[in-house]
Design a protein around this ligand. Structure first.
Ligand code: SF4
Length: 130
């Protein structure tokens, strides 16, 4: 089952999908929006013409026109996640994948994957945890 709820969908036939976020932009946000485009296509048979994230703190937009490649990319990520879920259920050990999301992880000070990521990104956040 695929599920998700964007904050706002405007239009009846030509749709614009919006999401509102606090904080700054991360690479995951466009991926979320592409997933919403895929969901809308699967649900209605028509993809939105554009998806966008609005950042409440900065007032900035991150918008993307939706193309066939957009929804193919989102479908590929869904397929990858489904395959990984099946592999994990069959005993494959999980792999740590560090990224911006590690800033909120309580394990970041002990996580070997996060240490390398914070070094490469130069944020120095790995030592900030309580
Ligand atoms: S710090 Fe490690 S355990 Fe936590 S989210 Fe990042 S990669 Fe995963």
């Amino acid at each position: 089952m695929l599920s998700g709820t964007p904050d706002l969908v405007l239009g009846r036939t030509r749709r614009l999908v919006l999401d509102f976020k606090t904080g700054r932009a991360w690479p995951e946000h466009p991926e979320d929006m592409r997933f919403y485009a895929l969901l809308l296509l699967l649900r209605t048979g028509v993809a939105p013409y554009r998806v966008a994230t609005f950042f409440l703190d900065s007032g900035e937009w991150q918008a993307e026109d939706v193309t066939e490649e957009t929804v193919e990319h989102a479908a590929g990520r869904v397929a990858d996640a489904a395959i990984a879920t099946i592999e994990l259920s069959k005993g494959r050990p999980p792999t740590l994948r560090a990224g911006a999301h590690c800033e909120w992880c309580p394990r970041r000070t002990r996580c070997p994957a996060a240490a390398g990521w914070f070094e490469r990104s130069g944020s120095g956040k790995s030592s900030d945890a309580a």
